[in-house]
Design a protein around this ligand. Structure first.
Ligand code: ZN
Length: 95
């Protein structure tokens, strides 16, 4: 997300955000519950990127069948996490 964007809706549950008073970072969450969830999502997203980075690194270092197995394992882990993340987001929006 670009840093100069000013979200008008909660990035987790998509409820409109209450108006912000004063200066400071624009808020992204409607409340503490969504903030906690949003931080969880961010950690998960980071771990997905880590898995994909590992798959890429394995790609550069290794060769042959071992490479294929390793990269496939990391990519599968990343895909599984992505699915979990999507399900979590869907739950948050339904709340
Ligand atoms: Zn929210």
């Amino acid at each position: 997300m670009p840093t100069n964007a000013r979200p008008t809706r909660c990035v987790v549950c998509t409820m409109p955000l209450p108006a912000r008073h004063g200066r400071g970072r624009p808020r992204q969450y409607c409340g503490p519950a969504c903030k906690r969830l949003g931080e969880r999502f961010r950690r998960r997203e980071k771990s997905i990127l880590d898995f994909e980075a590992k798959a890429l690194k394995a790609d550069q270092r290794l060769s042959g069948e071992y490479l294929a197995r390793t990269a496939t394992t990391w990519l599968a882990a990343a895909t599984a996490r992505r699915r979990q993340l999507k399900a979590l987001r869907a739950q948050a929006v339904r709340r």
